[in-house]
Ligand binder design. Sequence first.
Ligand code: HEM
Length: 331
Amino acid sequence: MGGFLTAERITEEQDLWSKVKDDIIKTIAQAEGDAHDDGSYGPLFIRLAWHSSGTYEAESGTGGSNGATMRFEPETSDPENAGLDKARKLLEPLKEKYPTISYSDLWICAAYVFLKESGGPSLEFHSGRVDVPEAGGEGVENGRLPAAEYGVKDKTIEDKDEEERVNNWQATAEHVKQIFTRMGLSLREACALICGGHLYGRCHRENSGYAGKWVTEPTVWSNEYAADMIEDTWVFINNHSKMLGKDIHEEVCPVAGNKQYVKKLEEDDSWDEDQQMMLVADMILLWDDEFNPHLKEFAEDSDLLKKEFGEAFKKLTELGCPWKKEVVEEN
Ligand code: HEM
């Protein structure tokens, strides 16, 4: 941006974003009823903001939310981004209505608006991300976003220890650590981000091949993800597993080839729509000695998680942004 903004220009900018935010609230609510999952498009916007930011590499300063490069190949068809075309399409009418704003700002703003609406942290939105122009635009290469079963993909569901930990889960833990460290984030920030992010929304067989929601109310802020991870018993399953002699409920049954965790059914329980799931990449927060102490703190204190998740999400979504670069260059 550069230079100082006049008071008049600042007011214009604030008015503009306040209108955009109102329209984002209306867009999120279009999912009410049966239109989408749990009656909100909000979780899709959290994932869009995370995946557009989570490509950042601190060392080279490449990737990140600035540029909105998910519009371009090979990033558009990164398997990890499956399903996010829907989120981008939902925001398209807003970009048409407010042509001066960038896609990169709009995608991040949509997530902030939902976080606040859902009772999560209220984050100050900083605009100023600049889109890579359509002509000749290139996306970030695949492989920068985390995979849910990294290093354990070919294991069978019998391939686990007495505590239900899939053999070689350490490879997934290492992978997740490397990805967040590459972005310049700490393991505590990574833990806060996953504990806050996977409160929201669901896995979809048609996108990732996994299925189900992490918590019972996936559109409302809580620390249920962290608390349930510790308190409940999680069982490793695949597409044809059975529990108490019954097939796994379709809500939490992954596609053939994929494995995930589901909450153990007790003798007198029966399957219902409220079944919960975890990915291997979630369970590592419980098993890994470097993640576990942070998980425990967040499980015990929802306000602490809200504060630290909010700070980490703002940091994540501003990695590599123009105003951050100016700060680095000035120092
Ligand atoms: C270890 C890191 C992570 C892995 C491996 C991972 C993996 C996944 C997978 C496989 C899905 C299912 C996508 C689908 O089938 O539609 C998903 C959904 C989601 N993730 Fe993550 N994720 C990670 C971290 C995060 C973080 C840090 C956030 C946010 C701060 C986040 C937010 C979400 C949200 C909100 C959804 C639900 C989207 C919807 O309802 O459509 N994830 N994630």
